[in-house]
Design a protein around this ligand. Sequence first.
Ligand SMILES: Cc1cc2nc3c(=O)[nH]c(=O)nc-3n(C[C@H](O)[C@H](O)[C@H](O)COP(=O)(O)OP(=O)(O)OC[C@H]3O[C@@H](n4cnc5c(N)ncnc54)[C@H](O)[C@@H]3O)c2cc1C
Length: 274
Amino acid sequence: MLSENLKWYFPSSVSQAVELIQKPGVILHAGGTRILKTQSKNIVGLVDVGNLKLNYIKFKNNSFHIGSATTFNDVIKFSKENNCLKMLGAALSQAASTPLRNRITVGGSLKDFPLWSNLYAPLITIDAKIEIRGDKSGIYSVEEYVSDGIIKSKHIIKEIIVPENENIIWKVKRFALLKFEYPLFNIAIAFKMNGKIIEDAKLVITGVKNRFKRFKKAEKFLTGQKLSNNLSDEIEKFIEPKFVSDYKYSASYKETVAKVYFNELLSEIIRENL
Ligand SMILES: Cc1cc2nc3c(=O)[nH]c(=O)nc-3n(C[C@H](O)[C@H](O)[C@H](O)COP(=O)(O)OP(=O)(O)OC[C@H]3O[C@@H](n4cnc5c(N)ncnc54)[C@H](O)[C@@H]3O)c2cc1C
């Protein structure tokens, strides 16, 4: 249950919001989908992000800038209407349900980083960056944001910066036994191509131990290779996701399914682009 004396704040600037969240128990409220679910008694104040003008998607300096208050469905719509940000659009359209995607924001989702996140894997594979204000103000790669513990500091995410790259081939996939279940893991694969040669490869999974895993040995092996049918079998040995068992599924079950999914996705991406 949320506290009965919960106080709401409606700042009109990012700097005011940063100041407010320095108070103990005062946190940002974006889509509210996580806050409503956890209803932590420790929350004494909520800072609404609605007046901060952070709901936008702009293109400048060869990158897309997605304001943190932009919802999943805003991104999906923008992607379809402008024929861009396709990998992100496809990944986010697999998340939750339409009403939830109308609420869930990219900023709340990044700070929250649930095990079932549809956002993280594609963002890491496409080298996205995040601009934050507050403790540790700056621009960080999505990977640094998590690995260096910046995610735990008191800050507001201002925007996500996604570089435009037309020479990318990609696949995303979530795994849930039932469509309406939280996915157990999400996979994203992206190859930067020069003709039929893989110039750079990124293979990422979320939902695993330590939140996410990049398969760097597989990426190294693939870089510089020409697309060919046997690549997916050759990198199988490098794909070793580690999961934690939960009340429904054992770690080894999830590991087996994840390996199969990687193999399938790699075969598809190669077949479609040979
Ligand atoms: C039934 C259900 C199913 C779901 N399924 C999926 C799914 O399949 N895939 C998926 O990706 N997600 C899914 N979600 C969403 C996910 O679980 C979180 O609820 C969501 O990511 C939180 O986003 P929000 O905008 O609602 O954040 P809020 O609930 O408003 O906030 C979450 C946290 O982020 C902080 N925060 C908010 N905005 C910012 C900001 N700009 N900067 C810094 N910190 C901020 C808040 O203080 C809070 O700590 C689902 C949610 C529900 C309820």
